[in-house]
Ligand binder design. Sequence first.
Ligand SMILES: [Zn+2]
Length: 191
Amino acid sequence: MLTNCPDCGGAVTRGHDTFEVRIGRRTVTVPGEYERCRGECGEFYLAPGEMDAVMKRASAMIRAEEGMLIPAEIKAFRKGIGLTQPQLEDLLGAGPKTVGRWEKGTIIQNGATDTLLRLLRDVPAALQHLLAERGIVPDVVPLVPVPRPVSYQYRVTADSAPVVRETLAVYASEAQDLEVAIPVQRAERIA
Ligand SMILES: [Zn+2]
């Protein structure tokens, strides 16, 4: 948590607002918190974890509205068939760290993947077929946990909260990694 603005040294106070978050074709509005400089520059800052919290709320809302698997269901399915997160990524052809983010709730699986997950969960023959085809042997011994996404503080331009919303939307739709997803012209890593 900031006590003084890294830019102008002014006092920083906490605030909350609603954030529009776009994930795929869906846009939802969820509450979120931020810190704002009350000094001359007036910049907004998102502390570590605050962006994750907003994304979790947004993905939970969309999952509920779309009837998609929730994080706990994905995790229960994976553990139930004895796969590690990387093994499930291999099985689905998903990118590294993707399953961990689904299970954390910071990103949401797309509709086609949700369908595939349900098929593999509910039709054992489909699961066995794909495991054999990909040469994946379920391993009940957990491997090294997938690292948590790194949280940083971000500075966004002082203009307005909508800039924050834009950076969140990019994070939601393109996130392979936080640093990649935040456009540098709009947000700058400061810690
Ligand atoms: Zn300032």
